[in-house]
Design a binder for this molecule. Structure first.
Ligand code: GAL
Length: 809
């Protein structure tokens, strides 16, 4: 019998996996952890009785369940980065959630496949923070930085054929963060059992130093342990077919180096995220000792003075966003469905790049960026030696910075999405010659570990970095805001390129509009919301247009990373000293992941494939009859006509009379009258090309449910995000509704959380009730491990309730 190549490779794949089962077993420790929030001097002991502790699943964030409490992160400080000189009382800066203090996790596990003499590693992808790790009562190690990946060799402590007890102590100090850091084992924990002769942890390093249409050179360096080893590497294409193979028995020290030709390579880019897999097998004589799979992409990056950044030979600019690591109502606990949803929303926006501000990204996020096509700027630190907050990374910088960078690079360097590293964000060390030395030192560590990617720092003290030499040291000078200094920095720095490492920081609350409509810096209102006319920003920041124009007109500006793609917990500027604000206003999307108006402004510039025609504000202004209520349109068309109740308000065209007019269509003199708003966009020939209508809604009547996915995986982790809104009797959305709703989930899933995007709400995410904010909220329904039907029901007083059936498989 002859097997078709595809079928054959499937069998080889099965065989390979059978052998993987023998030579290397990776177990994720996720279920049945025991957790206790508090101090203990005995919880590390093997026979400690933890039966009364809470049972949790890891990834876990102990603080996200609240309650929000003003006292938790109350600080009397001047936030110097924001230009403050006088100390005032700040609340909500780190989300007002109970992350401070000590917490303990314990987990019992057996390793039935483990044979004495094998090597056992315990791998953490982040632990918040200062974890101390004990196995069977013995300390195996500790790691200070809560955001980094680290592992310990536990071969000496692990027990064969018996139960092992893992205990992890975590402690979070106050004044240690400028945002919500989360708390606990918020990223995955794994045990790897392998042979003594094996491929080292993060020991594979793949680069693609030569690429042509015909062939790509794939360079693979593999560090291994053990004597008399030889290596066989197969490269598989995305369909799983082997497209190239190579063997070598010539190690250089403990490293093998292979150069493998891949014919007619498919290149990785955001538009074509093509991935290959390198399967590496380690043999001693004819015995397979280890096997690993490493996904990679074939792609070329280039940064050239005056020319800019190019990917696979094509110059392009980063249309990027900065993201903090929290996932809104899930807190810092990593969840792949939540990350994927974020990226899907950003894809539609036309965004093609992410900056993990201001620390190491989750591995899950990098995997998704590889698969879905996002370029990545992976950052390390918000502080070096000089503090921004008293108990921040400055405590560890001298001792840990090098090993923290090494772990970041080793754990993530094969992700094609990563195109640049960042060694810091707005570090106070920008001032003075010591800082420039530190910048050089850190950059050289990156270069030593990965010579293929450049290093940047997000700089806010631009003038100081011109004087101290700091800016000149960097591979890529990154400017945070300071649009007025781009030109000067470009001339002063030798690199011939400027990156907008952090841009925008416009503030707004979804669906909230303030009058009169005018530009404002640090504006505060009684309801603690910011206006969605997108004209409000901070003393150090700017409007989207200030960045657009630089990107559009300066070839040496290589792109931007907007602060931020999504709202995040903590840093409620401009309401830093107004309780109960507890999350940010900077997002293009709110904390629930719902788009604000600003989403469509960026979309009109960034998403060049799809039409954007968006009208604001909403048209429910009881009491504003006859008052000036401007209408803005965000669109990729240059021209549009506005009609109110059928009467034309005139045609507006994008023009150069001001920056705002260059990118927005604005009818400033419209007087409010209830009824119908219609916008007709015209194409280049002046023909109607698209239209949008909005009507004044009546009283809320009925609940509407819209899931992002109605079928999810029965893995106990997957989540369907259901957008909940209300409509009037005629089906018109009610944009100002604030009804209190109740949620219940039955069947093979559970209610996980809800979020309405209101930065002032103190309702706890995990309780099954919440108020609508600007007519909307999102409910998160999580699958169980049993496949089947899941029902979500949403009810509200005087409203027609709604039910939806989801399926898990
Ligand atoms: C930047 C800083 C960010 C955030 C932002 C708010 O200066 O890097 O972390 O604080 O300001 O505008």
């Amino acid at each position: 019998m002859f097997l078709k190549p595809k079928v054959l490779s499937f069998f080889i794949f099965l065989l390979a996996h059978a052998s993987v089962a023998q030579v290397r077993v990776t177990t994720e420790l996720s279920n049945n952890w025991k957790f206790y929030k508090g101090q203990s001097t005995t919880a590390h002991q093997q026979d400690f009785n933890d039966r009364k502790w809470e049972t949790v699943t890891v990834p876990h964030d102990w603080a996200i369940y609240g309650p929000f409490d003003k006292e938790i992160d109350k600080q009397v400080v001047a936030i110097e980065q924001n230009g403050e000189k006088v100390a005032t009382e700040k609340t909500g800066r780190t989300g007002s959630l109970p992350y401070i203090g000590e917490g303990w996790y314990r987990k019992k596990f057996t390793l039935p496949h483990y044979k004495p003499g094998q090597k056992v590693l315990l791998v953490f992808e982040g632990a918040m923070s200062e974890p101390k790790v004990f196995l069977n009562g013995e300390k195996v190690g500790e790691w200070n930085y809560g955001y980094n990946y680290f592992y310990f060799d536990i071969s000496k402590q692990v027990a064969a054929g018996k139960e092992n007890t893992l205990a992890v102590q975590l402690s979070n100090q106050g004044l240690s963060s400028r945002w919500y850091p989360g708390a606990g084992l918020y990223r995955k924990v794994q045990v790897i059992v392998k042979n003594q002769e094996s491929i080292d942890q993060w020991g594979t390093y793949i680069t693609t130093p030569f690429i042509s249409d015909k062939v790509a050179k794939v360079n693979i360096k593999t560090s291994v342990s053990g004597a008399n080893t030889r290596l066989v590497t197969h490269i598989l294409n995305a369909a799983g077919d082997t497209v190239a193979s190579d063997k070598t028995q010539m190690p250089f020290g403990n490293k093998f180096e292979q150069n493998i030709a891949v014919n007619k390579p498919e290149l990785w880019s955001p538009e074509t995220p093509y991935l290959y897999t390198a399967v590496t097998q380690l043999f001693v004589d004819n015995t397979l000792k280890d096997e690993t799979s490493t996904r990679f992409g074939i792609r070329e990056i280039n940064y050239k003075a005056e020319v800019g950044f190019s990917l696979n030979g094509k110059v392009r600019k980063f249309k990027g966003v900065c993201l903090h690591h929290d996932l809104g109502p899930l807190g810092a606990a990593v969840n792949k469905a939540a990350l994927r949803r974020q990226l899907q929303i950003l894809k539609d926006l036309g965004c093609d790049a992410i900056r993990s501000s201001h620390n190491m990204p989750s591995i899950e996020q990098l995997e998704l960026c590889d698969e879905m096509g996002f370029m990545f700027l992976a950052e390390t630190f918000d502080e070096w030696a000089k503090p921004k907050v008293r108990n921040g990374y400055n405590r560890f910088f001298e001792t840990d910075a090098e090993k923290d960078i090494v772990n970041l690079v080793h754990a993530t360097r094969n992700h094609p999405s990563i195109v640049m590293w960042s060694s810091g964000n707005e570090v106070p060390d920008q001032h003075g010659s010591e800082g420039a030395k530190r910048a050089r030192w850190l950059q050289e560590i990156f270069h030593r570990e990965d010579p293929t990617r450049p290093v940047t720092v997000g700089m806010d003290q631009v003038k100081a970095t011109m004087q101290s030499g700091f800016g000149a040291v960097l591979d890529i000078p990154g400017l945070n805001y300071r649009t007025h200094l781009y030109e000067e920095a470009y001339k002063a720095f030798p690199q011939g390129l400027i990156l907008g490492s952090e841009t925008g920081s416009t503030v707004s609350s979804r669906g909230v509009y303030k009058f009169p409509v005018e530009k404002g810096i640090g504006k505060a209102y009684d309801d603690h919301q910011s206006s969605s006319y997108d004209l409000e920003y901070c003393s150090w920041s700017n409007l989207p247009e200030d960045d657009f124009i630089l990107q559009d007109t300066k070839p040496w500006v290589i792109g931007q990373f907007v602060w931020t793609g999504f709202d995040y917990l903590g840093e409620p500027t401009p309401y830093d000293n107004f309780w109960p604000s507890r999350s940010s206003y900077f997002g293009i999307n709110d904390l629930a992941g719902l788009p604000k108006d600003r989403y469509y402004l960026y979309r009109s510039q960034w998403n060049t494939a799809d039409e954007t025609l968006h009208v604001l504000p909403h048209w429910n202004w009881k009491g504003r009859e006859g008052q000036t209520t401007p209408i803005f349109v965000y669109t990729n068309y240059d021209k549009a006509e506005l009609f109110i109740n059928g009467k034309s308000m005139g045609v507006q065209s994008k023009n150069d009379s001001s920056l705002l007019h260059h990118y927005r269509l604005m009818w400033m003199d419209v007087k409010y009258e209830p009824g119908t708003v219609k916008v007709v966009a015209y194409d280049k020939d002046g023909k109607p090309a698209a239209e949008k209508t909005m009507v004044t809604a009546g009283e809320p009547y009925k609940i509407i449910l819209e899931p992002d996915r109605s079928q999810i995986a029965a893995d106990g982790k997957d989540i369907s995000f259901v957008t909940v809104s209300v409509v009037d009797k005629n089906g018109n959305p009610c944009p100002t509704a604030t009804n209190q709703l109740k949620f219940s989930v039955s069947g093979n899933g559970s209610y996980r959380a809800a979020c309405n995007g209101d930065a002032t709400s103190l309702e706890q995410f995990h309780l099954p009730t919440m108020k609508l904010f600007s007519g909307k909220l999102v409910v998160l329904v999580q699958s169980s491990e049993t496949p089947g039907a899941i029902k979500l029901s949403v009810q509200g007083k005087n409203l027609k309730g709604a039910e939806i059936r989801l399926k898990s498989e």
